[in-house]
Design a binder for this molecule. Sequence first.
Ligand code: FES
Length: 155
Amino acid sequence: MSEGVLPRDPFERRSFLNWFLGTSLGAFLVSVFYPVTRFLIPPKTGESAAASVTLDLKAAAIKPNTGQIFKFGSKPGILVRTPAGELRAFTAVCTHLNCTVQYREDLQHIWCACHNGHFDPNTGMNIAGPPPRPLEQYGVSARADKIVVSRSAPA
Ligand code: FES
């Protein structure tokens, strides 16, 4: 054996290799399971506490047999002027699998494109397709140049 060169301890190398493989495996497992866990258990999002929303719309400018989506807190709502001229507002979240509904002028009612669900524009009642429940109805109050939609159901 030459002078100045120490023999390498095979146990030292082995323990380093074990440490390296152990931490690599740990990092790999964390990088795989953390995103999967975050996907399966999404963070809780609180329901918007907003009791009402004011829309910058003039009621007189909304034509009969039309509908438009608006944002109510974190969820979409739909404002409808029925063919008879009544203003109605509902949640725009379909009661089947949570797709956003829309107003179909040709059908004269609210429609969900995901699975062909149909809702009555006067009551939000589910009238055809797979939706199991009506759309939640909101109160609508037309002011001079604004429309106030509130969570309280119309009287
Ligand atoms: S999500 Fe609306 S009909 Fe299925």
